[in-house]
Write a protein that binds this ligand. Structure first.
Ligand code: SF4
Length: 122
């Protein structure tokens, strides 16, 4: 995929949970779709948690920062908070009516539901 650098510079930056549950994986899939459609950039929450300096830049980027957690444990938003990153938008996927399970089974319906919700904030 060829990126338009000017467009990419303005895109919101999503930091998503990609936890080992249906909601974490559906969240990650939804964010990948938005990335492939060139509607958002996506970031590495784990790298921020590991204090990798090159990744701790959202506050300096001027982009809107959106955080998406799979469940109310809020791992992604807590990780951003500890790094001093203040998202403009925080979403929790279980609040959308998707029940968390640990069997990793989810479908396109859940992925599309998360994607559609995120698109409201892009
Ligand atoms: S927010 Fe929930 S689903 Fe996501 S990594 Fe944390 S515990 Fe797992």
């Amino acid at each position: 995929m060829q990126e338009n650098k000017e467009t990419q510079k303005q895109l919101p930056w999503i930091f998503q949970c990609s936890g080992s549950s249906n909601v974490g994986q559906a969240t990650n899939d939804a964010c990948k779709l938005l990335y492939w459609e060139e509607k958002a950039k996506i970031g590495c929450v784990a790298a921020i948690g590991a204090h990798i300096e090159n990744f701790v830049v959202p506050n300096r980027s001027g982009r809107k920062v959106i955080c998406v957690d799979g469940c109310s444990n809020n791992c992604a938003s807590r990780t951003l908070d500890e790094a001093g990153i203040k998202p403009e938008v925080c979403l929790v996927v279980t609040d959308l009516g998707i029940k968390k399970n640990m069997d990793m089974k989810y479908g396109q319906e859940e992925v599309q539901k998360v994607k559609t919700e995120l698109e409201k904030y892009l």
